[in-house]
Design a protein around this ligand. Structure first.
Ligand code: FEO
Length: 388
């Protein structure tokens, strides 16, 4: 088994889940990784585990380095099962290991998942354990992305084991940011942030300030590649995302029945072009909500369209709004559009939904009966171009 060395005596022993296409219920394209880290010192520590169905591979990877029964500490930075699922398998082999988790939520969560029988040790923010030559210090990062989350910091090695924070669904048989394409990795990190951490901007800001004073040269998350050459880039991105910074991009997202709503969408895109605003169009019948949310994170404008179907919006637009509401984007501007045959309720419903989500409505709803005429399309384009 190939040993993935992070630094001498520190190994990445997690697994690549190449074929995963649904992560916590949202679609991903390239699989993900569940990273776990083994530190071999006077004492041996395992930081996080992997999803339960990969326990055997985790044990194989550890066995290629040391006898897993010799593990002294299993550190659970996060209860969610992509990281804790193999704790029972590890603890079954590492009979003398203590299971270290955050107080009180980590302990509560692990007991709820795996029972109270393991030799747990609760730690609070600022607590440390010594492995011999190295120390591990724990930093609370609640809601990144569950209440129990913590980071583990090794000052002697200048490594921050960051769990979900700074992660990405980036699959590779390499482990470092300088061994892969940087823009792809940063975009994968954006996708991860948008679909997992979007609602927790204020907690992300707190985490950034908590780690801001630390001296680290590697960020080792629990998903994707490790950051060592581009730490400034990923920190800058997190500051941007957590701070709600947006760029002058518009997303024109729609469902369509007989292409009338699509015709409107295309002219809205033209209107944004005339205004000098980059626009991206998404037909919901061929687009993944997770990809759209990756762009929603940084886009300033949202134009959302639906034809009227059975007196309301279409189910696909309903799903978009439900997903978006949960991730609670802030500070967006937008408007509703769509075509109808007789009732015409969809655009007004959409307009209200946008307001409920917190989108500032900047244009009256665009509502067209049956098929938009050339004159109507021209007018729509010009109205969008004139948005202030
Ligand atoms: Fe990767 Fe919140 O678990």
């Amino acid at each position: 088994m190939h040993k993935k060395e992070v630094k001498p005596g520190i190994y990445s022993v997690g697994v690549v889940d190449w074929n995963l296409r649904s992560f916590h219920g949202y679609p991903i394209h390239k699989g993900t990784t569940y990273n776990a880290y083994l530190i071999v010192d006077d004492k041996i520590a395992l930081i996080d585990t992997v999803k339960a169905n990969f326990a055997e591979e985790l044990l194989d990877r550890i066995s290629a380095i040391i006898d897993p029964s010799k593990i002294d500490y299993v550190i659970s930075n996060h209860v969610e099962m992509d990281h804790s699922g193999s704790i029972p398998a590890i603890m079954n082999v590492a009979k003398n290991a203590e299971l270290i988790t955050s107080a009180p939520n980590g302990l509560r969560g692990l007991i709820a998942h795996y029972g109270a029988d393991f030799p747990y040790r609760e730690v609070k923010a600022g607590d440390s354990i010594s492995l011999g030559k190295r120390t591990l210090t724990f930093i609370g990062t609640p809601m990144l992305h569950w209440p129990d989350n913590m980071l583990t910091y090794c000052p002697e090695e200048k490594i921050l084991f960051s769990n979900d924070a700074f992660g990405q669904h980036h699959t590779s048989n390499f482990i470092f940011d300088d061994e892969i394409d940087l823009p792809t990795a940063l975009y994968d990190a954006q996708g991860y942030y948008a679909n997992i951490l979007f609602p927790f901007g204020s907690q992300a800001k707190k985490a950034l300030s908590a780690v801001g004073g630390l001296d680290f040269e590697i960020i080792a998350p629990s998903h994707g590649i490790l950051w060592r050459s581009h730490i400034k880039d990923i920190i800058a991105k997190y500051q941007q995302w957590a701070g709600g910074e947006m760029d002058d991009t518009a997303l024109v997202i729609y469902d369509t029945m007989w292409k009338s709503t699509e015709k409107i969408a295309r002219r809205i895109v033209e209107g944004f072009a005339k205004r000098g605003t980059r626009a991206i169009m998404y037909d919901l019948s061929v687009s993944e909500l997770s990809d759209i949310m990756t762009e929603v994170l940084t886009a300033r404008y949202l134009a959302i369209g639906s034809p009227t179907l059975d007196n309301t919006i279409t189910p696909r637009v309903g799903a978009l709004l439900t997903y978006m509401k949960g991730l609670s984007p802030k500070g967006k501007k937008g408007f509703a559009f769509g075509s109808y045959g007789w009732g015409g309720q969809s655009v007004d419903i959409l307009n209200k939904e946008l307001t409920d989500i917190g989108v500032e409505v900047i244009l009256d709803p665009v509502k067209i009966k049956y098929i938009p005429t050339k004159e109507q399309l021209e007018e729509i384009e010009n109205k969008v171009a004139a948005i202030e």
